[in-house]
Design a protein around this ligand. Structure first.
Ligand code: NAD
Length: 461
């Protein structure tokens, strides 16, 4: 029986990063993964392939819509979807190979198969070829999440699809209906719209991106409509059927619609099946997540859980931070993740990024705040880029001026937010950001100007 100080089940961003940190701290580590390649949903079928597709489809859209104004005339633009998907697959392979390399470099033993915790300190790895028993002082569950559908909708992997298939459609659908105006719906809806599909997004709430700052969500809706995406808000999908050629989507109180393909993007659920939790007596919460204490320890001593299987946003970077903190807590007793400062990014064009509290949350909590807003339109670099849609909004405490939330819609929002996350991590005031020198001409100046604008001192407007 192989023995390790630590066995991690799941080699996604939470699990593999925890494994690396544990190896750095001197643990003997084993990691169990049921898929052929390492990296989890994010690397194999999530963040990485979708970003590759977003990049290719953005270039395709740009060459048709934006080159002309630069004086670049292109006579014929053809889409070679096979090459585009092939490039995406290469990007994924480089990343999964990269994770495998990191495991090797850090002398982490990789076990391929389904990990089951048979008792505290014991993991059995079930694979087609063999059953391997592992002994471990500590076990971390990092099994991530998978697509959650809704009542009346059963994805068949053919015409009724999830993000797993929507990163690999072999032809551009004529009409793609996306159920859910959340992150996946908007990112993958954008990809297929740019590649030529008619895309209709059906969203249950009266807003897309529910939970995001509502001013930014409204701006986003306007921009996406301008790009040709179609929306039905307040549309609760109650059923989807397929006759093998097309799909019919039933919407509560509205006319049914037809589509060539459906993408179900209504959220994800924690992966806890097959882990042996029931036999261990490890109870889940109402939403199927594993409850943990502030040290990531479950109700069973020496079994820990991190990432999408525990409460908190289902985001790769949150899972990574969980993983590092969990391992450091095991080793040193010290480790921390600030869940108020987990940035969230939607990789549409333009990007949408946020950190901290929204205006709605501040109002609900009765916290008085000042608001500074600066539009991309007033920034020289944005004009030179031809990317003038969007704004940066900074919310700061009225009494202390401490930054409480930052919300950005605009090109490179995902990169611009990083500065403000760092500032907020250090407890910065809006004046701290406003008095920091930002190079000219950069988009980062929009952040500075928004901070200046918190006290009415913006310069370029
Ligand atoms: P989501 O929760 O972001 O959005 C789901 C949407 O579906 C919601 O707006 C919801 O109101 C809507 N919905 C639910 N039931 C419906 C119904 N019956 N009819 C119509 N609409 C309905 O979920 P997602 O987009 O599937 O993403 C899943 C998870 O993956 C999220 O936690 C997300 O944060 C994460 N993710 C993150 C990124 C990123 O960080 N860029 C990218 C992809 C996924």
């Amino acid at each position: 029986m192989a023995k390790h100080d630590l066995v991690i089940i799941g080699a996604g961003p939470g699990g593999y990063v925890a494994a690396i940190r544990a190896a750095q701290l001197g643990f003997s580590v084993g990691i169990v993964e049921k898929e052929e390649t390492l990296g989890g949903t994010c690397v194999r079928v999530g963040c990485i392939p979708s970003k590759a597709l977003l990049e290719s489809s953005e270039r395709y859209a740009e060459i048709q819509d934006k080159f002309k104004e630069h004086g670049i005339e292109v006579s014929a633009v053809n889409l070679n979807l096979k090459t585009l998907l092939g490039r995406k697959n290469k990007v994924v392979k480089a990343n999964t190979d990269g994770v495998a390399f990191l495991m090797k470099k850090n002398k982490i033993a990789v076990y391929k198969g389904l990990g089951e915790i048979t008792a505290p300190g014991n993991v059995t790895v079930h694979s087609k070829e063999a059953e391997t028993s592992l002994e471990a002082e500590k076990i971390i569950i990092a099994t991530g999440s998978s697509v959650a559908s809704i009542p009346g909708v059963s994805p068949d992997g053919e015409l009724i699809t999830t993000s797993n298939e929507a990163i690999d459609y072999q032809e551009v659908p004529g009409h793609l209906v996306v159920i859910g105006g959340g992150v996946i719906g908007l990112e993958l809806g954008s990809v297929w719209k740019r590649l030529g599909a008619k895309v209709t997004v059906l969203e249950y709430f009266d807003t897309i991106l529910p939970g995001m700052d509502s001013e930014i969500a409204k701006d986003a809706l306007k921009i996406f409509k301008k790009q040709g995406l179609e929306f039905q808000l307040g549309a609760r999908v109650k059923g989807v059927s397929s006759d093998g050629k097309s799909c019919t989507i039933e919407i509560d109180g509205k006319d049914a619609i037809k589509a060539d393909r459906v993408l179900v993007a209504t959220g994800r659920k924690p992966n806890t099946e097959g882990l042996g939790l029931e036999k261990l007596g490890l109870a889940l919460d109402k939403r199927g997540r594993i409850p943990v204490d502030e040290h990531f320890e479950t109700s069973i001593k020496s079994i820990y859980a991190i990432g999408d299987v525990i409460p908190g946003p289902m985001l790769a970077h949150k899972a990574e931070e969980d993983g590092v903190a969990c391992v450091e807590l095991i080793k040193t007793g010290v480790g921390h993740v600030d869940y108020n400062l987990v940035p969230a990014i939607v990789y549409t064009h333009p990007e949408i990024a946020s950190v901290g509290q929204t205006e709605e949350q501040l109002k609900e909590a009765g916290i008085a705040y000042n608001k500074g807003v600066f539009p991309y339109m007033a920034n020289g670099r944005a004009r030179a880029l031809g990317e003038t849609d969007g704004k940066v909004k900074i919310l700061a405490d009225t009494k202390t001026d401490r930054v409480l939330g930052v919300h950005i819609i605009g090109v490179s929002a995902g990169d611009l937010i990083a500065e403000t996350v760092t500032a907020m991590t250090f407890g910065a005031s809006s004046e701290d950001i406003a008095r920091t020198i930002h190079a000219h001409p950069t988009l980062a100046e929009i952040v500075k100007e928004a901070a200046l604008s918190v006290h009415g001192n913006a310069l370029h407007i």
